[in-house]
Design a protein around this ligand. Sequence first.
Ligand code: SAH
Ligand code: SF4
Length: 355
Amino acid sequence: MTTPATPASRLPINLHGLTRDELRALVTSWDFSPVHAARLWNYLYYEAVGALDADSMPDIPARLMQRLQSECTLGILPIAHEAHSSDGFTRKYLLALPDDRRIETVLMRFTGRVTACISSQVGCAMGCVFCATGQMGFARHLTAAEIVAQALHVQRILKVHGERLRNVVLMGMGEPLHNYDAVMRAAEIMRDSNGLALGARRITLSTVGVVPGIMRMANEASPIHLAVSLHAATQKERLALVPAARRWPLDQLIDACRYYIEKLNRRIFFEWTLIEGQNDTEAHAHAVGKLLSGMQAQVNLIPLNPTTGYAGAPGRTDAAKKFQAILATYDLPSTIRQRRGIDIAAGCGQLAASV
Ligand code: SAH
Ligand code: SF4
């Protein structure tokens, strides 16, 4: 006996998951003018309104609004919880997804700029030992709309103070190159010059080292910046921290990075989480100096942030300074990341979607 086919339930179209061309195609396919599509895009991104209704979008014709309301939805994610760091520089938002899962988005103020740190997945499959997201495991990928919605969420908050979002880093929960298509679609939407208008070099993606994803970015001339989480300069040491190194060994990773740099003539940021005694000694600094020497690279040193599942201690400040000085002898510029939001567990690797 065959089971009768059930008609596939039509899911609403999430407007925040469409590129500007796709939105125009949708609106014109309903016999409305492209002018209305442009106006709608403006409401979605420039004005960053939070609802699909006539009050929020007064210039949209009533018939078009009816159609939008019956067939579409917005990628607005309600706040399930928020926390502000005591120094006032960081705000962490726990945002609720339609399936009731939670993700974290962080607004960080540095001198002269505001950055949104956004998530690409619920949890992460990569299992880095020192990372709270890795410790919680993988639940699911985010859609492009759910990625865009996080940047918009931050933009909406900034707009109240007359400010604008200028930088986005995909360094929240998840491994962006494990969710390549959604991340690249979201980047295209966030870059659109009539929308959030995040200049290409204002979006940075950080990867644990997914080699095929790096190759694809190089081959597709992806306009967004690349950061690679290195943490160790030998395969053996890296494997102890980053289980994904088994699948994509260090030599293959470095080859992919060289290919990317050469193909795009663009620099790569290498992240190095400093863990006392494990990877913060002078010998480690020389090893990474030799490994990256001659590459267009910059090293970002990140003092380890505490997570419940890992006992390591952050490298000491003087160790970080010494590390930096050694890298300089290999002509490798480096920065020590300003710590942000540690008291509200919003620092790198502390995001685990728990209140
Ligand atoms: N999955 C991506 C991006 C998210 S993690 C990646 O791994 O690159 C962003 C950065 O925070 C990575 O460099 C990661 O190694 C680092 N990180 C993770 N846990 C950390 C911790 N407890 N302390 C400091 N940095 C951490
Ligand atoms: Fe995933 Fe990045 Fe955390 Fe590793 S550091 S577990 S890749 S989020």
